[in-house]
Design a protein around this ligand. Structure first.
Ligand code: UDP
Ligand code: MG
Length: 320
């Protein structure tokens, strides 16, 4: 079986040669058939020249260069598209992950899994990355039902079917295991050695956690309602509309009782807070429902059939 390594690179020139030789060593010791795809995500430090040199020296090395920095998820998507192996592994270019662990990942996968996620048990990163990351992992595990210690780990091994079915954009690379799990793939994790960064600098600051949280909301929504947004928006819309309508109905009844049937002395309803709230709620409800229908229209016209299911096996067609 062939293993494709997909490696996003953004200004990592000092690490590339060393990484390549460590990968070659690991592959040689296990006599693995591999290809290495470096995706240069708009580096300006000469990373691309090194990738070109490596590809001349070693025919297993391939390179893709982006015109500018498009982000790690985009780099991974481009690399995954190019990958031709039955197994695919993603790995950071900064030497923080150890290629010597590739065989452990493969044997774990062969126990009957589709995705093996790395878990940096002892992280060698500054504390302001480690602690927020713990909270993030706990939150993702709670909200998505997939319990992993390290959702955001750069090293992951998966079967090519997983890569084919999952679409990454923005910063959704953090949620590869979650998205795979939601489609019924079997996901597990394995402890890895983590090394401190030696060259270059980290590309992600504290901002990743706020973005990560927003992305978590996106992913949770996509998993449950991605194919039928009207079920969520329509429901919210109905509730708001119902509440508003009841309020208006109540006020109308009061007005009739006071002014037409004279049950009570007449007091104006125009200045009652309930009126403003009811109108706001009715409008909000109508808006949520129409947005829900609009979203449904978009899904109907753009979704691929295969988006809504994932096939594990099929029998061969028999010709009689
Ligand atoms: N990376 C990338 N594009 C970006 C940011 C990062 O391709 O816009 C790559 C980077 O070169 C590295 C990997 O993604 O190989 C992980 O980045 P980094 O090591 O900075 O993240 P950290 O380990 O600090 O979480
Ligand atoms: Mg790193």
């Amino acid at each position: 079986m062939k293993l494709s390594l997909v490696i996003p690179v953004y200004n990592e020139v000092e690490s590339l040669r060393e990484l390549h030789s460590q990968i070659s060593q690991a592959a040689a010791s296990e006599s693995l058939q591999i290809e290495v795809i470096f995706v240069d995500d708009g580096s300006r430090d000469g990373s691309w020249e090194t990738i070109l040199q490596l590809s001349h020296e070693d025919s297993r090395v391939q390179g893709i260069r982006f015109r500018r920095n498009f982000g790690k998820a985009a780099a991974l998507t481009a690399g995954l598209k190019r990958a031709s192996g039955e197994l695919v592994m993603t790995m950071d270019a900064d030497l923080q992950d150890d290629p010597a662990e590739i065989p452990h990942f493969i044997s774990k996968l062969n126990e009957g899994f589709d995705v093996v996620n790395g878990w940096k048990q002892r992280r060698l990163d500054p504390w302001h990355k480690v602690y927020p990351s713990r909270v993030f992992n706990w939150l993702v595990s709670r909200m998505t039902g997939l319990k992993l210690h390290d959702h955001n780990c750069g090293v992951k091994l998966f079967r090519c079917q997983v890569a084919r079915e999952i679409r990454l954009y923005g910063e959704l690379h953090r949620f590869v295991p979650v998205l795979a799990h939601a489609r019924g793939f079997r996901v597990t994790e394995i402890g890895v050695h983590h090394r401190a960064r030696q060259h270059g600098y980290s590309k992600y600051g504290i901002r990743r956690f706020t973005r990560g949280f927003l992305d978590l909301l996106t992913v949770s929504f996509l998993i449950v309602y991605g194919q039928r947004p009207h079920h969520m928006l329509g429901w919210i819309g109905l509730v708001c509309f119902g509440v508003g309508f009841t309020g208006l109905g109540y006020l109308a009844l009061m007005w009739l009782l006071m002014n037409v049937f004279a049950v009570w002395p007449s007091t104006p309803i125009g200045n009652r807070p309930l009126l403003a709230y009811s109108i706001a709620s009715t409008l909000l409800g109508a808006q949520a429902m129409t947005i829900g229908l609009l979203a449904e229209l978009i899904v109907y016209n753009t979704a691929r059939d295969s988006d809504s299911f994932s096939v594990a096996e099929e029998t061969q067609a028999t010709t009689s």
